[in-house]
Design a protein. Structure first.
Length: 135
């Protein structure tokens, strides 16, 4: 989606290289590439299946990370989401177009200003995207 590309450019141009950004697994599972490293030139905690195999990450370890990422986007328990991100060293969560389609609005994270800070957003009549800094 074009709004995702805007977000990737923002990540690349505005965030430090040490940033670790995670997007939902629905956009990366079995994808031929991970959009964030490819377009934003930033690290992720759990990327695509192909690169996990190239770098010899055991399938069990990959599935554990994938499960954690799924919890980050599926759970409405903000303390759990915050802990999962912090424990993984994730500095930002990206709630992109596919995350919105799969999980709905990120409003629950946006409303919690002590744990999450919106650093980029795109609001359209049909969807809401956000890049959230983990505080």
């Amino acid at each position: 989606h074009s709004a995702d590309m805007e977000a990737y450019h923002f990540m690349r141009d505005e965030l430090p290289e040490s940033t670790r950004i995670q997007m939902g697994s629905g956009t990366e599972l079995n994808a031929p590439f991970s959009p964030i490293p490819t377009f934003a030139h930033r690290h992720t905690y759990c990327g695509d299946w192909m690169h996990a195999h190239i770098f010899l990450i055991p399938e069990g370890a990959y599935k554990i990370r994938l499960g954690q990422v799924n919890n980050m986007f599926e759970s409405r328990d903000l303390d759990l989401v915050y802990k999962l991100c912090s424990d993984a060293g994730i500095t930002h969560l990206y709630w992109g177009y596919n995350e919105f389609r799969k999980h709905g609005s990120p409003a629950h994270l946006i409303a919690e200003k002590t744990m999450f800070k919106v650093v980029w957003s795109h609001i359209d009549a049909d969807f809401q995207l956000a890049l959230l800094e983990i505080r």
